[in-house]
Design a protein around this ligand. Sequence first.
Ligand SMILES: NC(=O)C1=CN([C@@H]2O[C@H](COP(=O)(O)OP(=O)(O)OC[C@H]3O[C@@H](n4cnc5c(N)ncnc54)[C@H](O)[C@@H]3O)[C@@H](O)[C@H]2O)C=CC1
Ligand SMILES: O=C(O)[C@@H]1CCC=N1
Length: 269
Amino acid sequence: MKKIAIIGSGNIGLSLAKGLVKADFAKAADITLTRRNIDHLQSFADAGFVVSNNNKDAVAKSNILILAVLPQQLNTVLDEIHPVVNPAKHLVISVISGVSCAAVREKLGADVEVIRVMPNTAIAIGQSMTCIASDNATVENITDVTKMFETVGSVVKINEDLMTSATALCACGIAFFLRAIRAASQGGVEIGFHADEALKMAVQTAKGAADLLLLHGTHPESEIDKVTSPKGCTIAGLNEMEHNGFSSSLIKGIKLSALQAGNLYTKAQ
Ligand SMILES: NC(=O)C1=CN([C@@H]2O[C@H](COP(=O)(O)OP(=O)(O)OC[C@H]3O[C@@H](n4cnc5c(N)ncnc54)[C@H](O)[C@@H]3O)[C@@H](O)[C@H]2O)C=CC1
Ligand SMILES: O=C(O)[C@@H]1CCC=N1
């Protein structure tokens, strides 16, 4: 039976824990959640998770270690757990942005298998887009970790040098699309809807747009062509958005996020 320790149970660590249990990949009792102040984890303890502020103890009792602290908190954690990490027993999964597998091994030892994983917060509801990379894990362990994250969304295996790009597009991407939905609902209020109904309409419309692409396997522009009637109102609105930099601002934001993701760990040193 796999025992999982999530070291650093904040936003993404807890989303992952919820998702793995919801998907029946693990039982709550087999997941140890660590955090410095465990008072914040009471609801998880009530739900059957093991909660602890002792990282070394959590590592010693587990075989899958998921590192989920902030980049600037990582070195302290690695120095702390290093004495109890055993390459024959532990597989290390890091969701930390901007930190290479090699950098984790520098602290934990050259023989430790490290897999870098970039999920997003939709993992809590089994809808993550998760990217996976490793430079030293066995095919068997990569396959197992792929299967683990496939229980909570879609998985794409990528080269490690694209991990910061994956962070921007997929992990930060949740915030980008949510802001787009909020903006659409605010537009809806200006044209006559109450905020709650405008938000509901914007959310379902966004979901419909994403599902069209997923289910039809089409390119966005081909679906857009079906909406834009000649001389119609869609093309008028769409072109106005483009004149104001809609696509350009998304592209520029994603590029800046990717750059920042690559600098998070080095800036923290
Ligand atoms: N939030 C997101 O959507 C995503 C975050 N990530 C990455 O996951 C990591 C965590 O991000 P968030 O969850 O957003 O941050 P967060 O700040 O919500 O979570 C970090 C947690 O680590 C805990 N922590 C700090 N030092 C600790 C220590 N010594 N021992 C045990 N716990 C400790 C903190 O109390 C906090 O609960 C970051 O490296 C981030 O780059 C990756 C993908 C998505
Ligand atoms: O904003 C951040 O730095 C983290 C990494 C990806 C999502 N949240």
